[in-house]
Design a binder for this molecule. Structure first.
Ligand code: ADP
Length: 210
């Protein structure tokens, strides 16, 4: 996989702490003078946000085909790459994505069973050389994820309403990515105090920024 400098993504099942850690990371990097662009997947560009609406709509549960889901994620990503990520990186900014292509690997490739090969081929087509140089997976158990997200009190979207075994497969997909693509994916224990998780995260990111 060809990777792009200054491009980072955070991954992990819901409640693993991605948004919490990204906010801390942005504060830290901005205090050091970096200009940072934050993105959430799917979304970020207007077209991608509309695709997000389709993807997460609970009304499509049991209707949306697995390949449709795979292609829609990639379509949303292709747009955000062209419209936002490439220009930001070209301007010397740091880009931090809350989820990116490894989500597709874990959710569609692993948990939906579409297969890593198919997903990777499509990822290469979608991303080309615009792929994060470092992805940090915040690893937590499915039970911990459930406990943290239950506190949000919101109705689950189409993907959040999957069963625990689905998320266990997603988690295993992320761990497989960290094992098989260790040059650009690192997993850290997300079941610790936010400051302790952040200490590991910031060390990994800063090692790439030197
Ligand atoms: P994600 O973006 O991965 O879904 P969030 O950052 O939104 O996760 O965190 C989900 C919930 O868990 C939030 O209520 C957040 O305050 C809490 N949380 C995040 N990180 C930790 C942590 N390290 N320990 C305990 N609770 C956490």
């Amino acid at each position: 996989m060809k990777t792009a400098k200054r491009f980072f993504s955070l991954e992990g099942i819901d409640g693993s702490g991605k948004s919490t850690q990204i906010d801390m990371l942005i504060k830290e990097l901005e205090s050091e003078g970096y200009e940072v662009v934050k993105l959430r997947e799917p979304g970020g560009a207007k077209i991608s946000e509309q695709i997000r609406g389709i993807l997460l709509d609970p009304a499509f549960k049991g209707i949306m085909g697995d390949d449709t889901e795979l292609l829609l994620y990639n379509a949303a990503r292709a747009q955000v790459i062209a419209e936002i990520i490439r220009p930001a990186l070209a301007a010397g900014k740091v880009v931090i994505a809350d989820r990116f292509a490894w989500s597709t690997f874990a959710y569609q490739g692993y948990a939906r069973g579409l297969g890593a090969d198919k997903v990777q081929r499509l990822t290469e087509l979608t991303c080309g050389d615009c792929f994060p140089e470092l992805t940090v997976v915040l690893d937590i158990t499915v039970e911990r994820s459930r406990a943290r997200t239950a506190k949000r009190g919101e109705a689950p979207d189409r993907l959040e309403s999957e069963k625990a075994e689905f998320f266990e497969k997603v988690r295993q997909g992320y761990l497989a990515a960290a094992r098989d693509y260790s040059d650009c994916v690192q997993a850290i224990d997300g079941d610790r105090a936010p400051e302790d998780v952040f200490a590991d995260l910031v060390k990994l990111v800063k090692a790439k920024l030197v």
